[in-house]
Design a protein around this ligand. Structure first.
Ligand SMILES: O=P(O)(O)OC[C@H]1O[C@H](O[C@H]2O[C@H](CO)[C@@H](O)[C@H](O)[C@H]2O)[C@H](O)[C@@H](O)[C@@H]1O
Length: 375
């Protein structure tokens, strides 16, 4: 892994840089400079120079338009803004808002059981500097509780299961912590009708890595303690090294420190999240596998009458979006304010929109249940 691909960049910055680099900086010399030269050559007062300059510009007709367009394009702010707008529009066409396409989404669920999968950080709680303070709001908790009373609902997080449970505090949910490597079913029996063949899903496919992760966590804490702002989190079956509060000038150095520890553990790999490096076992298990495992445990393996809906904001959620694409089943929704390469079909801008979406889903479900004939 090179320094470049371990240094974490949020996508918006990368897009802006690409846009800035792909635009010319100067207008064509011929139009503007010819007009100025003509004006200066004639001599005279500032006013007459301005008049002649204007008439020269008027006379040039289409060339003037070209110059103005070129000037606009060369203005860094305008060029960037226009190009970013174009990118946003094209991206939104490919990944429309799940709120504006709500009807389309619910009509895809006709005759199917929705199963809801929710990432935690950046999806149910806003991104904050201190990972220990990433609380979810009471209103979000209420929305998730309501959703879980109608649809099987799982939280799928990079955090260890206990920690994410401490934030969410809802016993009726399924939890898949450590990027899906620690799965547990609801402590409280959910209200919705369970499907035939569903079984309690307790699964820890990376349990033999526990001592190794513990050791690596301690070594990472030791190795990174000299980097101001660095923070290492023990997520049980994986560890996270946070860059968010580290000055960018130390990012390469911090990434090197992480690599120097991990190179001694060939059974571990490094993946990237939002200003975080995640150290995890090389086993073929991720959020996508967790989604498949949960669907199977819920009795929906190889079923056509299920509609998994996965909402997440991070690179690690892409494994789940990919599974949905490959199955040709379900709906992936990426939470992002900036265009990003993704396998998700829809988007939402931020956790507040996620809450709106969940609330609308519950309202829609209540309405459809009221519409059902009483027998
Ligand atoms: O799968 P997730 O539930 O999204 O967990 C992924 C990581 O999320 C947390 O880190 C991120 O959120 C922090 C709090 O907002 C933020 O400070 C950090 O920069 C983000 O990367 C969590 O702390 C990690 O352990 C998770 O792996």
């Amino acid at each position: 892994m090179t320094n470049q691909n371990v240094i974490v960049q949020e996508m918006g910055m990368a897009v802006a840089a690409a846009v800035a680099n792909s635009y010319p900086c100067l207008p064509p010399r011929s139009c503007g400079s010819a007009a100025v030269a003509a004006a200066s050559a004639g001599g005279g007062s500032a006013m007459s120079i301005k008049k002649r300059l204007l008439s020269s510009l008027e006379l040039s007709g289409s060339r003037v338009n070209a110059w103005v367009e070129s000037m606009k394009a060369s203005s860094p702010t305008h060029a960037k803004a226009t190009a970013i707008d174009d990118l946003n529009t094209a991206w939104m066409r490919k990944h429309p808002s799940a709120l504006s396409k709500f009807e389309q989404i619910v009509s895809a669920s006709k005759g199917k059981q929705i199963v809801m999968f929710l990432d935690y950080d950046g999806t149910l709680s806003p991104i904050v500097d201190d990972p220990d303070s990433a609380f979810m709001s009471e209103s979000m908790r209420a929305a998730v509780r309501d959703v879980a009373s109608y649809f099987p609902t799982a939280i799928v997080s990079g955090r260890c299961r206990d920690k994410v449970y401490d934030f969410v505090k809802l016993t009726e949910l399924y939890y898949a912590g450590s990027h899906g490597m620690d799965i547990k079913g609801p402590a409280k029996t959910p209200k919705y009708k369970k499907s035939k063949g569903s079984k309690a899903p307790n699964h820890q496919p990376a349990s033999e890595f526990l001592p190794m992760i513990e050791e690596v966590y301690r070594r990472l804490v030791e190795t990174t303690k000299s980097t101001p702002g660095a923070k290492v989190e023990n997520n049980k079956f994986c560890a996270s090294v946070h860059f968010r509060c580290v000055d960018e000038k130390y990012w390469s150095d911090l990434a090197d420190k992480v690599k120097s520890v991990i190179k001694e553990y060939p059974m571990l790999r490094i993946t990237q999240g939002r200003k975080v490096l995640e150290i995890r076992p090389t086993i073929k298990w991720d959020k996508g596998k967790a989604l498949e495992f949960l669907l199977e445990s819920l009795g929906f393996a190889d079923c056509s009458d299920v509609l998994p809906v996965y909402i997440g904001d991070d690179r690690t959620d892409e494994d789940a979006f990919k599974v949905l694409r490959d199955r040709g089943q379900g709906i992936g929704i990426l939470v992002t304010k900036n265009p990003k390469e993704t396998k998700a079909s829809y988007s939402l801008k931020e956790p507040a929109e996620v809450m709106d979406f969940l609330t609308r889903l519950v309202d829609w479900k209540r309405l459809t249940l009221n519409d059902e004939p009483i027998v």
